[in-house]
Design a protein around this ligand. Structure first.
Ligand SMILES: C[S@@+](CC[C@H](N)C(=O)[O-])C[C@H]1O[C@@H](n2cnc3c(N)ncnc32)[C@H](O)[C@@H]1O
Length: 400
C-alpha cells in the first residue's frame, strides 16, 4: 500500500477523530468498484455508537440504492476498510475532527494526496438515529419558510411527500456534485464565483431553496429559479427575503429565459411534459457540467404513439391506453438519455423516491464528460427510425 493510501487508511480507522470518509469515481481503465458483490459509485464511511459498541458504518451507493453495513471498531473495521481501499476508487475524501485529506489517483495510477488543517475543530456525529439521516432537519428554517414544516418545526402531514421528494433530490444532488467535483467535471466554486445552480420550472421553489439551504453550508452557491408564473416569482422573492438570502427568480419560459451566466448545475423537477425537453435543451446549450432532471407527465410521445405505425411485433405495447402511457414514459426517457449521451454526457437513469410514494420518480442524471457520442447517436437514430416518433428534445437539437 502506498504511503498516501496508508495515511487515508489511518485517518479512517481513527474512530475517535473520523467525521466522514467518502470514496467516489473509478480509476481510469479499471473496473467499477464492487462492495458486497454490488457495483457502486460512491461509499461513505462514518463512526456510529451502537448498543454493541462503536462501529464503522459503511454506506455504499449503486445507481439506485444505498446499502449500509456496520463493522465493530478494531479488526472487523480494519478488514472492511482494507477491502474498500483495495477497490479502484479514483478519489477519497476524508474529514477528521482536525484535518481534511483528499486523495486522487491520476490516470497513470499515481496517488496524489492533499492534506489541509481545519480552521476550527469539528465534533464527529456518532448517533445511530442521526438527525443527519435527514439532510434538512424538520425544524430547518427553510422548511418553515416554505410551509413544509409548522411553527413547531414538524413536517405537516400534508407536506410529507414534498419533504421526502425534496430531501431525496438534494441527497442525489449532493452525491452527484461531490463526485463530479472530485473528478474535476464541475469546477470548485469560490466566494467571488459561486456555484451557479438553476432550477427550471421551479414553481414555488421548494427544491431551489432546499438546494441552497443544504449546499450553502458547504460551498459558495447562487441559485436561480425560472418559471412562467409571475405569481411563483413573487412568492419566491418573499421566501428569499424571509430567509435573508440572495436568490434570483426569472419569469419566463424555460426555452427563452435569459441568464447572466451559464449555470454549473441545471435542475428540473417535474417540469410539465415537454418542458423537461426544453430544460435539457437549455442545459446542452449552456454545456452545463451537471444536470438532474426528474420528468413529469409524458403526453407528447404518448400522443404520437396513438397515430404512429408501430413496428412489428410490438403492437401489444401500445394497444392498451395504460400500457401505451407507461411505454411512452420509458421510450421518452430512453430517447432523452440517448440524446444526452450523444452530446457527450454520462447518463444514469435512477429512482429518486420509492415508487410507493409517487410514480413520477425517475431521475435523469447527466454529467458532461465530452465522451464520444457516436454510438449513442446510432442507437438514437435506430430507435427513432423503428418507432417513427419525433421527440421534442431531438427536434430542438436537430431542427432548431
Ligand atoms: C409540476 S410544477 C413543479 C414545480 C417544482 N419544480 C416542484 O417540483 O415543486 C411545474 C412547474 O413548471 C412550470 N412550467 C411548466 N412549463 C414551463 C415552461 N415551458 N417554462 C417555464 N416554466 C414552466 C409551471 O409553471 C410549474 O410551476
Amino acid at each position: 500500500m502506498s504511503a498516501e493510501l496508508a495515511t487515508v487508511r489511518s485517518a479512517i480507522l481513527d474512530a475517535d477523530g473520523l467525521v466522514r470518509a467518502l470514496a467516489t469515481g473509478r480509476r481510469k481503465g479499471r473496473p467499477v468498484p464492487v462492495v458486497d458483490g454490488r457495483e457502486v459509485r460512491r461509499v461513505e464511511v462514518r463512526v456510529v455508537d451502537l448498543k454493541a459498541g462503536r462501529h464503522l458504518q459503511v454506506t455504499s451507493y449503486d445507481a439506485t440504492q444505498a446499502h449500509t453495513t456496520n463493522h465493530l471498531v478494531g479488526e472487523a473495521a480494519a478488514a472492511a476498510v482494507d477491502a474498500l481501499l483495495a477497490q479502484p476508487f479514483a478519489n477519497w475524501h476524508v474529514d477528521t475532527a482536525t484535518e481534511t485529506h483528499q486523495l486522487r489517483v491520476t490516470k497513470k495510477g499515481a496517488p496524489l494526496l492533499h492534506t489541509s488543517t481545519r480552521a476550527e475543530e469539528v465534533a464527529p456525529e456518532r448517533g445511530h438515529d442521526r438527525p443527519k439521516d435527514r439532510l434538512l432537519p424538520e425544524d430547518h428554517p427553510v422548511l418553515r419558510a416554505l410551509g413544509i414544516s409548522d411553527a413547531q418545526g414538524r413536517v405537516k402531514p400534508t407536506r410529507q411527500a414534498k419533504y421526502r421528494q425534496v430531501e431525496e433530490l438534494v441527497r442525489l444532488l449532493d452525491a452527484s456534485l461531490t463526485e463530479a467535483m472530485a473528478q474535476g467535471r464541475v469546477r470548485t466554486p469560490t466566494a467571488d464565483d459561486p456555484l451557479r445552480v438553476v432550477d427550471l420550472g421551479c414553481g414555488n421553489a421548494y427544491l431551489t431553496f432546499a438546494a441552497h439551504a443544504y449546499l450553502s453550508d458547504r460551498l459558495p452557491v447562487r441559485v436561480t429559479g425560472v418559471d412562467v408564473k409571475q405569481q411563483s416569482a413573487d412568492h419566491n422573492a418573499r421566501v428569499a427575503a424571509d430567509l435573508g438570502i440572495d436568490a434570483d427568480f426569472v419569469v419566463g419560459s424555460i426555452a427563452d429565459a435569459r441568464l447572466e451566466q451559464a449555470p454549473d448545475v441545471v435542475l428540473a423537477l417535474h417540469a410539465c411534459d415537454t418542458a423537461t425537453d426544453d430544460a435539457l435543451g437549455r442545459a446542452l446549450e449552456w454545456e452545463a457540467p451537471l444536470v438532474l432532471a426528474a420528468p413529469c407527465c409524458h403526453h407528447d410521445i404518448a400522443a404520437q404513439l396513438r397515430t404512429t405505425e408501430v413496428p412489428e411485433p410490438y403492437a401489444m405495447l401500445t394497444r392498451h391506453g395504460i400500457l401505451r402511457e407507461r411505454f411512452a414514459d420509458t421510450l421518452t426517457d430512453a430517447l432523452r438519455a440517448a440524446l444526452l449521451r450523444r452530446e457527450g454526457y454520462r447518463v444514469d437513469v435512477v429512482e429518486f423516491v420509492e415508487s410507493a410514494h409517487t410514480p413520477r420518480n425517475t431521475l435523469l442524471r447527466a454529467v458532461r464528460t465530452g465522451a464520444d457520442g457516436s454510438e449513442a447517436a446510432r442507437e438514437y437514430d435506430d430507435l427513432l427510425a423503428a418507432w417513427g416518433v419525433r421527440p421534442r428534445l431531438g427536434e430542438l437539437l436537430d431542427h432548431a
